[in-house]
Design a protein around this ligand. Structure first.
Ligand SMILES: [Zn+2]
Length: 91
């Protein structure tokens, strides 16, 4: 990265990047999936096993990816609804 420019250039593909940005060419294909939009359904009903379902939409079809039960479901629910005190690190 040149000292007199804000942007840096990817050594592999030449893309212009923000100073902390990782170039897409360096991200393994599986890691790109985290940009996917997921839906979460939560059922915490007294007397029933707590349940969190994670789903994705594919056109008109909703696919259940994972179902988490019990204390793990309650922990996940609280993590999802608790606003973080500070912004996550940008880099
Ligand atoms: Zn690149």
């Amino acid at each position: 990265m040149s000292k007199d420019t804000y942007y840096k250039t990817c050594d592999k593909c030449g893309a212009n990047l923000d100073p902390c940005e990782t170039c897409d060419c360096e991200i393994p294909p599986a890691a790109v999936v985290i940009r996917e939009l997921l839906f979460v359904a939560i059922d915490i009903t007294p007397g029933d096993a707590p349940c969190v379902s994670v789903m994705e939409r594919n056109g008109d079809v909703t696919n259940i990816i994972n179902v988490i039960y019990g204390d793990e479901a309650i922990d996940l629910y609280h993590k999802l609804i608790t606003k973080q005190e500070k912004e996550p690190d940008k880099c």
